[in-house]
Design a protein around this ligand. Structure first.
Ligand SMILES: Cc1cc2nc3c(=O)[nH]c(=O)nc-3n(C[C@H](O)[C@H](O)[C@H](O)COP(=O)(O)OP(=O)(O)OC[C@H]3O[C@@H](n4cnc5c(N)ncnc54)[C@H](O)[C@@H]3O)c2cc1C
Length: 449
């Protein structure tokens, strides 16, 4: 990079990446639990994709039964610390709380869940569940993100031998390598990984299926296979200058930040992030928190079209991010290093039947934004090369096709879940998929035997 932002002091980095929602103390957790109205129809539970019995786990906090509360939570969700800290609760459980309708502050469900699970992880992990006797069957899982972990945990309790194959050296998927550190620290994700290992799940890291080991081998070793590979490949911008030094993929940048060696991460003085989804907001706020002086979001559509949540937009605004809406990048400028980005203004037409608005370039509206770094965050695609020749597997619109109830693919021995089947949602969806797929696998293998 031509102009690298000045490094900050350790104290400044720690302040910038401090947790957005620090844990509750015991007294404040009990007080918050006692505000819960224990609604007869639990709208919060319905709004949670994993359907955690929220009012029950909250009631158990109020009666000082914290282990019972942890058990209620794990019963529905194997990665509840990540969900407590990183779920868009405003859109899910807390958004459905009846207090919202009354114009009052909703119950802090996320922080209460975090309190219970941190308490459990800080104890000596007493056994909460009885494991079925081993049934002699094994399942191979590809990917140790929340989908793979949830599937593994559930199958292990059902009596299967489970082995997860993970290409990264450190497991946990995007919980470990993607989610912004001010929401979730790497150590928290690894606590969940360790807990799942304590249930008997084996994780073999540094093993890329399709390279280190073939899918055929895994298929032959195990009685069933679960694919939880998420999305991997970044979508290209396809504009001139994309190869210049200083142009990076959002996920590569975010992965470096997740190492938490803040001063080792070089960030430009002026940074443009292309795209306005959740990943774009994470990348732009992380760049700012690392010391970038000026940060921009360049987005070809309007504010109403952004896929980022409202609360993420607010975080970005409080980090002084400048949003350039209805603006399209045309080329990245520089000889070797990024020196600027040429953009053009667009006008948005009527929405089509898919809700997308036509984009019309405004003639002669080009302008150059001087920047030292461009972060590409315009989406990810599934990296499915190793699945291409597997009989029965179908990929449509970049997603592995599965039966919506059993999670079985067109190959009856192979199941899939998480981002690779939904095109990229949230951790809580992947956790639910993994658990449900485990039951799909169990039913399939029971029927076979
Ligand atoms: C930058 C970013 C920030 C996000 N922030 C949030 C957030 O704040 N809150 C939230 O709820 N969600 C967030 N999400 C979404 C969430 O992280 C995903 O929905 C979730 O992690 C999907 O889980 P998964 O198990 O399907 O895939 P992943 O978490 O992507 O895990 C897939 C795993 O498979 C491994 N793998 C892939 N291919 C192979 C192979 N061939 N062989 C072996 N292993 C392989 C990968 O290394 C990875 O560990 C974010 C996503 C991104 C990209």
């Amino acid at each position: 990079m031509k102009n690298i932002a000045n490094k900050l002091t350790n104290e400044e980095y720690e302040k910038n990446f401090a947790e957005l929602h620090p844990p509750l103390t015991k007294n404040s957790a009990v007080a918050e639990a006692n505000r819960c109205l224990y609604c007869y129809d639990s709208p919060c539970m319905k709004a949670c994709p994993t359907h955690i019995d929220i009012s029950t786990f909250i009631k158990k906090i109020a009666t000082d039964n914290l282990l019972g509360s942890a058990k209620t939570i794990f019963y529905s969700n194997w990665v509840p610390l990540t969900c407590a800290k990183a779920c868009p609760v405003e859109e899910l459980c807390e958004g459905a709380c009846v207090y919202v309708e009354k114009g009052e502050k909703p119950i802090e469900i996320g922080r209460l869940q975090g309190f219970v699970i941190e308490n459990y992880f800080n104890s000596d992990l007493p056994r909460l569940f009885t494991q079925k006797d081993k049934n002699g069957k094994s399942v191979g899982i590809i990917g140790s993100g929340p989908a793979g972990l949830a599937c593994g945990a559930e199958l292990s309790l059902l009596g299967y031998n489970v082995k997860i194959y993970e290409s990264n050296k450190v497991p946990g998927g995007l919980n470990t390598w993607g989610i912004a550190p001010y929401k979730l620290r790497q150590a928290d994700s690894l606590k969940e990984v360790d807990f799942i290992k304590s249930l008997g799940v084996e994780i073999s890291t540094g093993v890329r299926v399709g390279k280190t080991i073939s899918i055929e081998e895994i298929y032959n070793i195990h009685d069933a296979v679960f694919i939880g590979i998420g999305l991997g490949d970044a979508t290209k911008l396809r504009i001139p200058g994309e190869e210049l030094t200083g142009v990076v993929n959002a996920l590569d940048f975010i992965e470096e930040v997740k190492n938490e060696k803040w001063s080792d991460v070089n960030v430009g003085k002026r940074v443009a992030v292309i795209g306005a989804g959740n990943t774009s907001i994470d990348a732009v706020t992380e760049a700012k928190r690392l010391g970038a002086e000026q940060v921009y979001i360049i987005y070809r559509r309007g504010i109403d079209d952004m896929s980022a949540y409202d609360f993420e937009y607010e975080i970005a605004k409080s980090d002084e991010v400048i949003f350039l809406f209805e603006t399209m990048p045309k080329r990245i400028i520089g000889e070797k290093f990024v020196e600027g980005i040429e953009c053009v203004k667009v006008e948005l037409g009527e929405r089509n039947e898919k809700g997308k608005r036509e984009i019309n370039v405004v003639p002669n509206s080009e302008f150059i934004l001087p920047v030292d770094m461009v972060i590409k965050a315009v989406g990810q695609n599934i990296n499915n090369n190793f699945l291409n020749d597997v009989e029965g597997i179908k990929i449509e619109k970049g997603k592995v096709v599965v039966d919506s109830e059993t999670y079985q693919t067109g190959n009856n021995k192979i199941f899939a879940g998480g981002d690779c089947i939904n095109g990229g949602q949230e951790v809580v969806n992947a956790a639910y998929d993994g658990k449900m797929a485990a039951h799909g696998i169990d039913n399939f293998l029971l029927e076979k035997s």
